[in-house]
Design a protein around this ligand. Structure first.
Ligand SMILES: [Zn+2]
Length: 247
């Protein structure tokens, strides 16, 4: 076992897979709770619309009662008209009947208008309910999907963890603590390849001596600028030796 470029590359690839799996695991519940919040809001809106419809129906009932009482009043007045003797009183009652009928007509217009509103709201609520039901089904499917994926990811993570543990056997004992600290802190970002003579974590050039150490693969080499654990990019070692020798 050595800290060869190939071994370190494999180790880094495992850390990258582990990180992306963990990210996906973490993002699932966030996505779900956002959709659930949206559904809750939609349901609250639907309830509010239903409540408004109820109020509208009460308002119609009230207006209808008012129409009836105006019509009753007009009937009473017409009866009264039969027993009236004086012209002035007769005219006054006639006026009042006309006025009462006017009120009733106005109220009837209001009722008609409100009924049209109710019809519109009923259609709206139907569509709203269909939407909400569809959304609820989507959220339920999403929850199931996320749960399924999470349990698959947990299995995959366990497999990855054991593969990582195995791949980590190449880490020299005296560098293990430093390695663990780095991985803990930065996950897969704790490692970077060296390509074209530079660390690909921070893009600062590495020294020829570091390149030689990387080629020899006897221990971990850390970037002097960003502290990442370095490994050589996939390219012929011969060329690298030339680069190292030239400097
Ligand atoms: Zn660096």
């Amino acid at each position: 076992m050595s800290t060869s470029a190939e071994n370190l590359r494999d180790l880094h690839a495992l850390h990258q897979r582990s990180k992306s799996l963990r990210d996906r695991l973490a993002s699932g519940p966030k996505t779900l709770s956002a959709r659930q919040a949206f559904l809750t809001k939609k349901r609250a809106d639907l309830d509010a619309t239903k409540e408004a419809l109820k109020k509208l129906r009460v308002e119609i009932k009230n207006k209808e009662n008012q129409v009836q009482s105006q019509r009753d009043r007009a009937d009473d007045l017409r009866t009264k008209l039969n027993s009236v003797k004086k012209q002035a009183e007769y005219d006054a009652i006639r006026n009042e009947i006309a006025h009462t009928n006017q009120n009733a007509s106005k109220l009837e217009d209001d009722v008609l208008e409100l009924m049209q509103k109710v019809e519109g709201q009923e259609t709206e609520i139907k569509a709203f309910e269909a939407d909400t039901t569809k959304l609820a089904q989507e959220v339920e499917a999403l929850a199931k999907d996320i749960a399924d994926r999470a349990s698959a990811a947990v299995t995959q993570l366990a497999e990855l963890d054991s593969a990582i543990a195995q791949a980590e056997e190449i880490i020299p004992e005296n560098q293990r603590e430093q390695y663990v600290r780095n991985i803990k802190g930065r996950a897969d970002d704790a490692m970077a390849q060296v390509d074209d003579g530079a660390c690909h974590g921070c893009f600062v050039a590495v020294t020829p001596q570091m390149v030689n150490e990387l080629i020899n693969g006897n221990h971990l080499v850390f970037c002097k600028t960003c502290g990442r654990i370095l490994y050589l990019a996939e390219q012929p070692v011969q060329n690298l030796r030339k680069v190292a020798n030239r400097a």
